[in-house]
Design a binder for this molecule. Structure first.
Ligand SMILES: [Zn+2]
Length: 411
C-alpha cells in the first residue's frame, strides 16, 4: 500500500444532504456511540486540526486548492543516495524548517478534547488519525494512554528516524560543504556523532543501536522505519537547524514577528518561491550511523508500515461502529478502512464539512463543525460525570480556536 498524491474521484453521485441543527447532530452522534457499546472506532483527518491553526489540504483554504501546482516530495527523492537526493533533502528541510514552528506550537482544539473525553468515558477505547501533528496526543490526559491508544496512520512529525540500514547502504550526509562523500561505518559500535546523538536522541532510548521493535513508546514508533534504529526528537532537530542556518533562522523569526505565515500544509512543509536558494542549507546526518534522517511521517510514494496497516485493519475488524471525522478520505490508505467497515457491516457515520470519497457508500453524514457536534455529544454522554470528574470536566471545557492568520506568498 503506497501513499499517492490525494484527490477525490468524481463519482457523479448526487446525494440529498439533510440539514441538522448542532443539538440534533450532537444527539445523533451520542446515540450512535451509545449503540456502539464501547466498541466505537473513530478516525480523524486534517479537518479536525483547522481550529488549531493548521490548514487542511483541501477545501476553500486548503493547500491543494490555494496551490494548484504544489507537488510534495516523494520518498524515493528524499532518500536517494546521490547529489540529487542531497539537494532534495536541503530543499525539504529548509522548507520544513520554516513550516514546523506553527505545527510545533499548535494547541489541541475542542474536537481533540472531545474525542479524549469520549475515550475517558469508555466509548472510544482507541482511535486512528491521519494527522501527523500530535494534537490528539496533546489532548489525551496521559502520554502512555495516548501512545497505547492512538494509531497514527501516516506517522508523526514529532520524531526524526534514520532510514539508512547498517548494511552498507548509507547515504551522503551534509556536513556543511555539501560535497564531502562521507564513508559510514557499516556495523560500527562507535557512534557517528556522539554529541549530536546526545542532543537529538529520545531520552528513553538508552540503546543507541536499538532496533525498531524495541521502540514501543508509540504505535507509530514501534513499527516505523527500517533504518539503523535511531530515532530523535524533531523539536531538537529543529533547534540544530536553527544553530546551523542562522540566516534562515532570522527569516523565520521575522515571519513570526510580523505574525505572517507562509503557506503551511499539514505536514509542516511550506511553499517558497521558485528562485529560493536552498543550496547552502545544512542539516545533520544520523548521529548514530551517519545516514539519512527523515521525519517519521509517511511520505508520498512510501508504503505505510505493515504493522500500522495491519493494526488499523484489526481495529476496524474488532469495532462495532466506525465514525469518520474531518477527512475527505483522499488517500486510499484511509478510504480502505471505511470501505472495510462498510463491507463488514459495521455502523458507519461521517462528520465532515464537504465531500468525502466514502459519500457513495456511507448514507449517514453530518456536515457541521466537528468541534460543535462532538463537543455536544461528549457532554450528553458525560451527564453528571462532566462536573464530578475533574479530568473529564477539563476535557469538556478545553480547546483553542485559532483565527485564520494572514497568509502570504514569498514569491
Ligand atoms: Zn542511522
Amino acid at each position: 500500500m503506497r501513499i499517492s498524491i490525494p484527490s477525490i474521484p468524481h463519482n457523479g453521485n448526487t446525494r440529498s444532504i439533510i440539514e441538522y441543527t448542532v443539538p440534533q447532530a450532537g444527539e445523533m452522534v451520542a446515540e450512535f456511540l451509545r449503540r456502539g457499546r464501547r466498541k466505537n472506532l473513530i478516525m480523524t483527518g486534517a479537518g479536525v486540526s483547522v481550529d488549531s491553526g493548521i490548514a487542511p489540504y483541501r477545501g476553500e483554504n486548503g493547500h491543494y486548492t490555494v496551490h494548484k501546482t504544489y507537488r510534495p516530495i516523494f520518498f524515493h527523492e528524499f532518500t536517494a543516495l546521490s547529489d540529487k537526493g542531497h539537494t532534495y533533502r536541503q530543499r525539504y528541510w529548509s522548507r520544513s524548517y520554516l513550516g514546523f514552528p506553527p505545527v510545533r506550537h499548535a494547541l489541541p482544539n475542542k474536537t481533540h478534547y472531545s474525542i479524549a473525553a469520549l475515550q475517558r468515558l469508555g466509548h472510544v477505547p482507541e482511535f486512528i488519525t491521519q494527522n501527523v501533528d500530535s494534537l490528539h496526543h496533546a489532548a489525551t490526559p496521559s502520554p502512555s494512554l495516548a501512545a497505547a491508544s492512538i494509531l497514527e496512520l501516516h506517522g508523526t512529525l514529532a520524531y526524526v528516524v534514520c532510514v539508512s540500514r547498517l548494511d552498507g547502504t548509507s547515504a551522503r550526509a551534509n556536513r556543511g560543504d555539501g560535497r564531502a562523500e562521507t564513508s559510514f561505518p557499516s556495523s560500527a559500535s562507535a557512534l557517528f556523532d556522539p554529541d549530536m546523538h546526545a542532543r537529538l536522541a529520545l531520552p528513553h532510548l538508552h540503546n543507541p543501536r536499538a532496533t525498531a521493535s524495541h521502540w514501543s513508546n508509540t504505535s507509530t514508533g514501534s513499527s516505523y522505519a527500517p533504518g539503523c534504529g535511531f530515532r530523535g526528537s524533531r523539536a531538537a532537530f529543529q533547534d540544530v537547524l536553527t544553530d546551523w542556518n542562522p540566516r534562515w533562522a532570522d527569516f523565520s523569526a521575522e515571519m513570526a514577528a510580523s505574525n505572517t505565515l507562509l503557506k503551511t500544509n499539514p505536514d509542516g512543509d511550506v511553499q517558497l518561491g521558485a528562485d529560493t536558494n536552498y543550496s547552502s542549507f545544512m542539516y545533520p546526518p544520523c548521529p548514530s550511523c551517519g545516514g539519512v534522517l527523515k521525519p517519521a511521517v509517511v511520505f508520498f510514494g512510501e508504503s505505510v508500515p505493515d504493522e500500522l496497516r495491519d493494526r488499523s485493519h484489526a481495529l476496524v475488524a474488532s469495532s462495532d461502529s466506525f465514525m469518520l471525522v474531518g477527512s475527505s478520505l483522499a488517500t486510499y490508505s484511509a478510504f480502505r478502512l471505511v470501505k472495510q467497515a462498510v463491507e463488514e457491516r459495521k455502523r458507519v457515520m461521517i462528520v465532515n464539512i464537504g465531500p468525502t470519497r466514502a459519500d457513495p457508500i456511507v448514507p449517514d453524514k453530518i456536515e457541521l463543525p466537528s468541534s460543535d457536534v462532538l463537543g455536544n455529544a461528549a457532554k450528553l454522554l458525560a451527564g453528571s460525570m462532566g462536573s464530578s470528574d475533574p479530568v473529564l470536566k477539563h476535557l469538556l471545557e478545553s480547546g483553542v480556536k485559532v483565527q485564520p492568520t494572514r497568509r502570504v506568498t514569498s514569491s
